[in-house]
Write a new protein. Structure first.
Lengths: 162, 176
């Protein structure tokens, strides 16, 4: 039934066209952005994305809808408008809420473990791995079981780690 | 020595368990305040019951006092309220409220209904002073000494234990 098929194809095209027009219309109906100063808002997002919201602790102040985050965004917006620098804003926040608000905490004694802990753990793991592998490499062939998949084959052919 | 090798995983498990057990006791909501040991932030606010009367930080110098952040919309504040009323009756130190992001009428009605433990409540409608004090969850309680330095901050509702073990001894040592 080629004609039927053609008809269904046309329906699809029509639908697509409608959808396109539909989304266009929807976009046209959207409210214009409420900010007068997009550059300032961009700066605001840039700064607040580095600050942790204290109410919902895994969100940034830029993301959070918590009341406090809204207040703090307003505060930061005001400071930016006044011409304060990023450093001044970060200082303002840490003076009130501590290093905890920073998603990138400063490197100091109390945060050294935080910064170097993962690397130390990884190094430790690597050292253990190397030691184990070296020890295994030194073992004679007889200490490994023969490979089940290839009966009769010399286990040494698969290397000491098999 | 070799025969004891099988104990290594058990020992590792023990260490891990200790760390995890300690982790259970930590409360991630308790963020240490950078204000401890520093002068309390300056404020000048109106009294909740009198929009014309101003109270500033410097009015409070010379005495040890407690600042308790509360709001009528805050459920946990209601929970700690009877305790605060009881504590206020003992008149150890003046207790001031910071009525945080509230509506004046709601705050006043709340105190009228549940009792007023405060010498006065400061009205912080837009929460600005709250931000300066690093408030992020109501209720919060500060102990401020005679020089205006913040000595203690408690986050969340007060409990009889906190009052008995932390606040009272501190007040006693500050007043002597």
């Amino acid at each position: 039934m080629p004609s039927y098929r053609f008809a269904s194809l046309r329906t699809v095209w029509l639908l697509c066209a409608f959808l396109l027009v539909g989304t266009g219309a929807a976009r046209a109906g959207e409210a214009a952005p409420a900010v007068e100063d997009p550059a300032l808002e961009a700066r605001l997002v840039e700064v607040t994305a580095e600050l942790r919201c204290l109410v919902c602790q895994n969100q940034t102040i830029a993301d959070s809808h918590a009341d406090l985050a809204v207040d703090l965004r307003n505060q930061v917006r005001e400071m930016l408008r006044r011409g304060d620098s990023r450093e001044q804003i970060i200082e303002y926040m840490t003076a009130r809420y501590g290093d905890f608000v920073l998603y990138r905490p400063p490197l100091k004694e109390s945060t050294a473990l935080l910064w170097f802990g993962p690397a130390v753990l990884m190094l430790g793991g690597l050292v253990v791995l190397v030691v184990v592998l070296r020890r295994r490499a030194k073992l004679p062939d007889e200490s490994f079981e023969a490979d089940d998949d290839a009966p009769g084959q010399n286990p040494a052919a698969d290397g000491p780690t098999s | 020595m070799k025969s004891l090798k099988f104990l290594i995983p058990l020992a590792l498990f023990g260490v891990l368990a200790l760390f995890l057990a300690a982790g259970l006791k930590l409360d991630p909501r308790e963020v240490p305040s950078p204000l401890i040991g520093k002068p309390a932030p300056a404020f000048k606010l109106t009294r909740l019951d009198d929009p014309a009367a101003l109270i500033s930080r410097d009015d409070m110098l010379g005495k040890v006092w407690i600042l308790n952040v509360w709001a009528s919309w805050c459920v946990a504040c209601r929970e700690e309220h009877p305790l605060l009323v009881q504590f206020a009756k003992r008149k150890l130190v003046p207790i001031y409220g910071l009525n945080y992001k509230d509506v004046r009428a709601d705050g006043t009605a709340w105190l009228a209904r549940l009792g007023n433990p405060y010498d006065a409540s400061l009205f912080d409608g837009d929460g600005r002073v709250g931000i300066d004090f690093g408030v992020y969850g109501v209720p919060e309680t500060f102990v401020i000494d005679g020089k205006g330095v913040v000595r203690l901050k408690h986050i969340g509702p007060l409990t009889p234990e906190v009052i008995r073990d932390r606040i009272e001894p501190l007040i006693k040592s500050l007043n002597t």
